[in-house]
Design a protein around this ligand. Structure first.
Ligand code: PMP
Ligand code: GLN
Length: 408
């Protein structure tokens, strides 16, 4: 096999639903290894710069790190309370009030979880009956599909289309049927970098109220917004009582490995999520909980600087992609940028598998986050939560794509 056909073969294999696995329950068949694990392994194997999986390459605020170290050294190493330590629940509640004017009682309306991932999965397990439909937007964050399936739900996707990743109001209306139980909404949105506008959120909330739906919001990039503003759906009329608001400390404090997340909502909703959560992990991250509590109480300047630093990374990478002859869809939030690669390859997955050889950079293909392969086929995602020197080096390497174009 020559290199091109080997690549095509690899891409075909990867883009197929994975081979049926002998012991795997039907609700998990087809969910192979996540693209993040595959692409990070490719980066290690080839020594390429990893702009695939989104994780920062610098540590978060020193006082937050020191609090975790001190917590380990002062005996915070056993099971914390199932609902999370009081200090962190109070800090989450305070943070929601301070930034969004949302009131959640820290004793009954805040639940600490093993990252946002567990909060989302626990919420779906708690709130879905078998066969319930869950409306979400595609491309979607990869854990959604598996979590909906584990909860016995069925996903109905509304497309976010490039370049601005807007959606059709009619498509959203049509996606809601008599079987719809809930809407799962992620803003700022991974992988597109879209920040849902007030009008879009207004429409989502009106439909949720009209059809009496519950909503789960994934707001893990709430502090990484460059254009517009982050508006929690729970602040819209009629939404407080039907929304489970989820976030985590991973992105905000550059500690994605700590996995401290939370879910806020009415007492009844939080109780339901806790019932599922307690049998998933029960609890996690005892020494990290006081550290994230401290992070949530940092001055406004910390949160502003986070967005300002990432904005510089965004601009640097987007300009570099433009110089490389690509047309990045400038993200309004998150630390990801997508770009069309159709002038360089027929398929984003093939392109991403080849990119380490072509120029020593790893990206992730968007098609794996889509039910409709056409939607993401020509799009790839780069992460810019990296040090300036790493972005500069990646940009320099990507410049060779432009030369390739001239040579074609
Ligand atoms: N939702 C989105 C949209 C994400 O990008 C991530 C990233 N890891 C998560 C959820 C998971 O968050 P956590 O690491 O807190 O589980
Ligand atoms: N959220 C990160 C991303 O989108 C990766 C998380 C993971 O590896 N599961 O890149």
């Amino acid at each position: 096999m020559n290199q091109a056909s080997e690549l095509r073969h690899k891409a075909r294999v990867l883009s197929q639903p994975s081979e049926p696995q002998k012991y795997l329950a039907s609700r998990l068949q087809g969910f192979g290894t996540t693209i993040f694990a595959q692409m990070s392994a490719l980066a290690v194997e080839t020594g390429a710069i990893n702009l695939g999986q989104g994780f920062p390459d610098t540590d978060g605020p020193p006082e937050v790190l020191e609090t975790a170290v001190a917590a380990i050294q002062t005996g915070h190493n056993q099971y914390p309370p199932g609902i999370g330590i009081a200090e962190l629940r109070q800090a989450v509640s305070h943070h929601q009030q301070r930034f969004y004017n949302l009131s959640f009682n820290p004793d009954t309306q805040v639940l600490i979880t093993a990252g946002a991932t567990e909060a989302i999965t626990a919420a779906l397990l708690a709130l879905c009956e078998n066969g319930d439909e869950v409306v979400t937007f595609e491309p979607y964050y990869d854990s959604y599909a598996a979590a909906i399936s584990m909860a016995g739900g069925r996903r109905r996707c509304v497309q976010l289309r490039p370049p601005d990743f807007s959606f059709s109001a009619d498509e959203l209306r049509q996606a809601i049927t008599e079987n719809t139980r809930l809407i799962l909404l992620n803003s700022p949105h991974n992988p597109t970098g879209k920040v849902f506008s007030r009008q879009e959120l207004q429409l989502v909330s009106e439909l949720a109220v009209k059809h009496n739906l519950l909503v789960i919001t994934d707001e893990v990039y709430e502090h990484i917004v460059f254009e517009g503003e982050h508006l929690p759906l729970a602040t819209f009329p009629g939404m407080y009582e039907r929304t489970v608001t989820i976030s985590s400390g991973g992105k905000t404090f550059a500690c994605t490995g700590w996995k401290i997340g939370w879910a806020c909502g009415t007492q009844e909703l939080v109780q339901a999520v806790q019932t599922a959560k307690q049998f998933l992990t029960y609890v996690n991250g005892a020494p990290f909980q006081p550290a994230i509590a401290q992070g949530l109480l940092l001055d406004d300047s910390y949160f502003k600087d986070l967005a300002a630093t990432l904005r510089r990374g965004r601009d640097e990478l987007c300009e570099g992609l433009q110089r490389a002859g690509l047309k990045p869809n400038i993200p309004q939030g998150t630390y990801f940028v997508t770009t069309d690669i159709s002038h360089l390859a027929d398929d984003g997955l093939e392109f991403c598998l080849d990119l380490p050889n072509r120029c020593g950079v790893v990206a992730v293909p968007i098609q794996v986050f889509c039910d409709d392969p056409n939607l993401g086929q020509n799009l790839v995602r780069f992460a810019f939560c990296k040090r300036p020197d790493v972005i500069a080096e990646a940009v320099q390497r990507l410049a060779s794509l432009k030369e390739e174009l001239w040579n074609q």
